[in-house]
Design a protein around this ligand. Structure first.
Ligand code: SF4
Length: 464
């Protein structure tokens, strides 16, 4: 079933799918041709994307694009649905520790305008609730809750507050005002411990005052009680420890994939599929066990390509570290078209990639991991980690992609770029990617290609 790996358009995938079927492709219940996601007038953006040609990637895409249907099926079977908001990776670990409970991020609706090429009207509908384009695209979530067409109404909505951006805080409060009760939990802004103040080590080479870890631990204990009540059985330490071990299975698979793909001389899996892969970390695309199977198959495909010496791109592609997720998924294809490749990433949820400590009491371990969220600490903390990761992945250039309207930190890009320049002398750019970036292609193209040319010249100088 192995063919020379390449990127295929949706049209080319029709023929590839027919070939795979002839060869005896076996698919899970949500399988099928990619085309069907478009023909139902849903994910029109797929017509503009190019996809990896493997059966493992087809499974990944089908898994991603059927999430809402699978959630609806789970609801019909009697499962409880939890909408987790903002923490990106903490509440789902708890929810999936209980049988019959699934968690998803309504925040993910921010990609709906991209996937549906704005035919959904979500961004315009959000404006009727007073949330206009001065807010980031996560405002699509507000309209998706109102029209009920994109995900089932959750049985329980949980949202972190405190150290969160103004956009999300305003949108979530507006949501609650329109009839969607929210269970809020406090996430303090992470700070450096004072001299001689008791402190805790966090994942990601961070530290925080012990009092902050205790605060988060108590908040998570409160959530455990509510989740246990929802499930009809307590979420005790043993159940949570088992849930953490399963979450770490996902995180280990992700680490192996990132290492294999980003570390290889060639490119065994495209940037677009790797972005989707990383997103599975935050809530397992509503099915933790299937996530493990999807990732296992992808890792096997990557290992097989490496064994055969196969690559999607030339080994000359410039190694780029990418900061922040893109509102338009097409940007990942474009980077590769223009001569770059992803060598490392910080898509705003690095704490969901780090292993959760298994040698601590489970709530303590989860509290420390939650506090390692790059978005609850200073931009300088985030920049330091980016520098360390750039060094580790031998990045040659850095792209900070801004999110339109995002308020999380107006100066974050400048701080990241300054540290990258001072510590690593790497070229970098900051650019904005809207939900549909087609109209900006000339600008994006010249800016990204200018960056890649600079990095190429640096490489040639270093090799002389
Ligand atoms: S402002 Fe930034 S952190 Fe806040 S929701 Fe938008 S992208 Fe996320």
């Amino acid at each position: 079933m192995n063919c020379v790996p390449r990127k295929l358009t949706l049209d080319e995938w029709d023929a590839r799918y027919a070939d795979l079927q002839r060869e005896g492709l076996r698919e899970p219940s949500y399988g099928g041709p990619l085309r069907r996601h478009v023909s139902q007038d849903r994910d029109l953006r797929l017509r503009q994307l190019r996809f990896d040609s493997s059966a493992a990637s087809l499974r990944l895409w089908n898994f991603l694009l059927t999430e809402n249907e699978r959630l609806a099926q789970a609801r019909a079977q009697g499962d409880k649905i939890v909408g987790a908001m903002k923490d990106l990776g903490t509440v789902p670990v708890m929810a999936y520790s209980l049988p019959g409970v699934r968690a998803f991020y309504p925040d993910g609706a921010w990609w709906t305008p991209c996937l549906m090429e704005c035919s959904d009207g979500l961004l315009q509908q959000a404006e009727t609730f007073g949330i206009d384009a001065s807010f980031c695209p996560v405002r699509a979530m507000l309209a998706a809750f109102q029209n009920g067409e994109h995900f089932p109404r959750p049985d329980l909505l949980i949202c972190s507050t405190g150290a969160i951006c103004d956009d999300f805080s305003a949108i979530a409060q507006r949501l609650e005002n329109t009839g969607f009760p929210i269970l809020w939990w406090e996430m303090p802004r992470r700070r450096e411990p004072e001299p001689r103040e008791p402190a805790c080590v966090l994942p990601g080479n961070l530290s925080a005052p012990q009092v902050q870890v205790e605060c988060v631990r108590e908040e998570l204990a409160r959530l455990c009680k509510v989740l246990g009540d929802l499930a009809g059985q307590p979420l005790d330490s043993d159940a949570l420890a088992a849930g953490i071990r399963q979450a770490n299975r996902v995180r280990r698979l992700l680490a192996a994939l990132r290492q294999a793909v980003y570390g290889a001389p060639g490119v065994p899996l495209p940037a677009l599929e790797m972005l989707i892969v990383e997103m599975l970390a935050i809530h397992f695309c509503s099915d933790r066990e299937e996530t493990i199977r999807v990732l296992t198959e992808l890792l096997a495909e990557v290992h097989e390509r490496l064994r055969r010496g196969q690559s999607i791109l030339s080994e000359e592609a410039i190694r780029v570290f990418w900061v922040n997720p893109v509102a338009d998924l097409r940007a990942m294809n474009l980077l590769e078209d223009w001569g770059g490749r992803i060598a490392g990433s910080d898509y705003m949820f690095t704490h969901a990639l780090d292993l959760i400590p298994e040698d601590l009491p489970p709530l303590e371990a989860l509290a420390r991991t939650a506090l390692a969220d790059p978005m609850v600490g200073s931009a300088l903390d985030r920049a330091r980690r980016i520098v360390a990761d750039c060094r580790a992945c031998r990045a040659e250039a850095v792209v900070v992609s801004r999110i339109p309207g995002a308020s999380h930190c107006a100066h974050e890009g400048a701080i990241v770029r300054r540290l990258v320049r001072e510590e690593l002398e790497l070229p970098s750019i900051e650019l904005e990617i809207p939900p549909i970036c087609d109209a900006m292609l000339p600008t994006l193209s010249s800016r990204v290609q200018g960056l890649l040319e600079t990095a190429r010249a640096n490489r040639q100088r270093a090799n002389r």
